[in-house]
Ligand binder design. Sequence first.
Ligand code: SF4
Length: 695
Amino acid sequence: LIKPGEKLITTHCCYCGMQCGMHIRVDEKTGAVKGVEPRYDFPVNKGKLCPKGVTAYQTIEHPDRILTPLIKRNGKFEKATWDEALDVIEANFKRIQREHGKDAVSVFGGVSMTNEKCYLVGKYARVALGTRFIDYNGRFCMSSAAGGFLKTLGIDRGATLPWTEFEHVDTFFVAGSNIAECHPTTTQHIWKAKDKGAKIIVADPREIPMARVADVHLDLKPGTDAALAMGLLNFLVEHDYVDQAYVDERCDNYEELKASVRDWTLERTSDVTGIAIEKLEKAGHIYGKSPRSVMLFARGVEQQSKGVDNVSLYTSMALLRGMVGKFASGVATMTGQGNGQGGREHGQKADLLPGYRKLTDPKAVEYVSGVWGIDPSEMPKPGVSAFEMFDEIQAGTIRAMHLMCSNPAVSAPNLPYVWDSFNKLDFFVVSDFFMSESCEFADVVLPACSWAEDEGTTTNLEGRVIRIRKVREPLGDSLPDWEIMKRIAERMGRGRYFPYETARDIWEEFRIATKGGAADYSGITWERIDDEYGVFWPCPSEDHPGTPTMFKERFGTANGKANLPVVTYRPAGEYANEEYPVTLTTGRVVFHYLSGNQTRRVDFLSTMSKLPFVEIHPELASSYGLQTGDKVELRTRRGAMVVEARLTKAIRNDTVFVPYHWGKELAINQLTNPCLDPMSRMPEFKVCAVQLKKL
Ligand code: SF4
């Protein structure tokens, strides 16, 4: 693999939760980044990379990188030194907190950062700034999965089994997860099982690539996952597919669950979901008979106002079949962001402290305060969720924000409200390595270095903790996010709590902070990660092997049993009606990552997918006189936008789909519904009612 004059640096892709292993090719003399080679030895991707991964190296030295701090003066950004930028930040944060209290300054984090940085964001908010208002973009990504797993399994570890066992699986039930486009390197594991005879069931309103090779495609109406799962739960009970010994020994609440789904006949399920009865029957028999099944789901299921219910019910299906805690079986959520798993465990969430400790638990507060060296009375109380922070801005409670590694000006729902909220801030700081749409609202932009310019760890979608390596020195004046937080902490008079010289210093403190928590990383060393192709948490001591398979003996609940929650079916926040007659759903395409701030800058990816479009069934299109390429105005109760029509039979004829990777007038999130799940506070990106008009 090594070319003359080059060296290879082993690291991982910066994008999705697969965290595929790769080597970055670097010029030995100049240190310049030259290209990428996949890692054949890394068991998760086994030499495969998707189009985003193959081109990820091109972002590192991209000419659009922000190389100096920028201060907005008279509406225009001007280059500044770090001292000048920190002077402005210090003056404004201190003024605002003096006039309006500590909570007037807020922090909005992201989970594409390393564990070290994600951990530090929580400490930075609570110790350096002393604010209770901290939350992160995982609310728009993983929060419903976390809520559903906590309710059923007692611990939110995104996957209960490692991907290396997929080839031995007999049935994959894939719900609301476009794996071939969003996590492409997972497909090789599924194809390997399929070659051995494994069955695939796909539940999705669109005929996504995996649906084309599935044994059954359950083409449900958006927002009806809970009905589908309840219908199938009842089917499993009625057809004696329940693993009664497992349920008796390892689950609570079975009789109550059974009674609650009794009315979900196939007829009623078909009526609510729009899926043909024969398909429901076929799926029920395949899943019910399978000796080793894996339930995979993602944002299609989770980004709903009942995302937690959906996750709980799909997980209950796996529990009724006795599939959790066994070889080549289980449940998993396909984590969207690179460190979506690790980033949500260590204190960026409004109500959590490191190690998945609860901020409402006095013992947890006491322990973490001890690690941080503060008095427990200094620990701020829980704040509010990411989208609710915009309500606090509108109410005048939050007056300043430090946004890191996130682009809610594209990725949040109801964008007109979000943009207005950013404009209402007295003072707004954004750290990023490309000028995002959110940066444009800022008073100060800080140049964070890229994923390839610092050391650290991430936790992939399996729960495997891996090493990210420094490929080159930070470009220009850019700095790692942890160094930026440390410098601001020093300016706020709290520097003594941030004595770190390297990311590893943070890692060593982080290990102690997680010790004894549900997500215990204390036994994981960087050396072990290198030697063992990553280590799975929980890992409470250095001689503990890590935990690739979760819940082998007990679940994470107080009594060690899984819970089978009873769910009352609720409709989506809004449904198609006479005025808004079509259902809009959103998602991703293979060539872009999240808000597109990185991937839109890569020539190949941008050429392959330049603009958003609306997928529309030919029957629906004909009722509006639309052909592929026609301009269509989409309008919901929140706003309108114009996109090009793309006719396809691979979608329900009452639903349209638009990808969300573009900003401003091209942002579909201008239209999406901010209706929140009552537990996870996840907005309902996946379902809203829309009008179509041919232009
Ligand atoms: Fe990167 Fe995900 Fe693609 Fe792997 S599948 S190369 S981690 S974007």
